[in-house]
Write a protein that binds this ligand. Structure first.
Ligand code: CUA
Length: 334
């Protein structure tokens, strides 16, 4: 009995020490979203559980090393012990109850982070190798940085143009995978004005580590001013809109505008030129051909280039007007 009391005291002391140690090294960045509150509470409970279970294993182990060492001259075997039903029932039931309780807390926290505010502002998030684009449908513009008014829930409607990406802002605590061909929702209510970074948290190819974007949480007045400025700055000329789209959607990553060869054919002097296709035929690069190349890129492959390289998702990602703007931009490069 004496040993049990000593071990119990040591386990409690060790749990407190480990919990204090873990708390002092700053495991989490500052919290900046309403949804993160219940997640941090869960994290707190887990930290206590980790400290306790670790102590429960380590303390009796080292206590036994020291106190129950074989004394000098002891050569016999240890005492043989038959199993104990009471002990086995206890160490089956207690962890079962603990795990069920944690599952209950997890489900509760999950439903809390998904709570819908009907007045949430919609932002469409387009992920592609290897950049982020944020579209504000209420204001009809797109941005490379995510601006959010503090205290208002935002409904991030996210989709990918190519492979699986993952939206993660550590200060918001939430992380959501983004799948091609599907739209997934993530709801965030920012609570702290500041500058954060959205990091892609799913290995998505060569430049995965550079797939980051700025997140600015600002006052509602600052947000309105920024949105107004974005609208005012947005070009009205289709050629300029097309140029912006080419950058936003990453077209310019693979198509040069100076005649140099990249992954895809250059756009310089392309419009109305005669293009040799890989099936041996020639076609004039008119608006119809360009439209087809954007919306169904594998149907006409230019001689010397590989099929199935360009994503076939732009027909869904771009509106008809946006496709016309892109064509206008390509036309201006003839
Ligand atoms: Cu996108 Cu990693």
């Amino acid at each position: 009995m004496k040993h049990f009391i000593i071990i119990a005291v040591l386990v409690i002391a060790s749990t407190l020490a480990i919990h204090t140690g873990l708390g002092s090294i700053g495991l989490l960045p500052r919290l900046a979203s309403a949804q993160g509150v219940s997640i941090d509470q869960l994290f707190g409970i887990y930290t206590w559980a980790i400290a306790f279970v670790f102590s429960l294993i380590i303390v009796p182990l080292f206590y036994s090393f020291v106190v129950f060492r074989r004394k000098k001259g002891e050569t016999g075997d240890g005492v043989y012990m038959e199993g104990s039903s009471k002990l086995e029932i206890a160490w089956t039931l207690l962890p079962l109850i603990a795990v069920l309780y944690l599952a209950y807390l997890g489900a509760q926290s999950l439903s809390e982070t998904r709570r819908v505010d009907p007045s949430a502002m919609v932002v469409k998030v387009i992920a592609e190798q290897w950049n982020w684009q944020f579209q504000y449908p209420d204001y009809l513009f797109a941005s490379k940085s995510l601006y959010l008014p503090v205290g208002q829930q935002v409904d991030l409607q996210m989709t990918s143009l190519d492979v699986t990406h993952s939206f993660f802002v550590p200060e918001f605590r939430l992380k959501q995978d983004i799948l091609p061909g599907r739209t997934v929702d993530l709801r965030v209510t920012p609570t702290l004005i500041g500058h954060y970074t959205v990091e892609c948290a799913q290995l998505c190819g060569k430049n995965h580590t550079t797939m980051v974007a700025d997140v600015y949480v600002v006052t509602n007045a600052d947000f309105q001013a920024w949105a107004k400025q974005q609208v005012a700055n947005a070009p009205k000329d289709p050629v300029l809109i097309g140029e912006q789209l080419a950058s936003l959607y990453g077209c310019s990553v693979c198509h040069s505008t100076d005649g140099s060869k990249k992954v895809g054919p250059t756009w310089l002097h392309l419009y109305q030129s005669s293009v040799a296709l890989s099936d041996g035929t020639r076609v004039t690069a008119d608006a119809k051909y360009l439209n087809n190349s954007i919306t169904d890129p594998n149907s006409q492959i230019v001689s010397g280039f590989s099929p199935n390289v360009m994503p076939a998702t732009f027909a869904q990602a771009l509106t008809l007007t946006q496709i016309q703007d892109l064509i206008a931009y390509i036309e201006s490069l003839k």
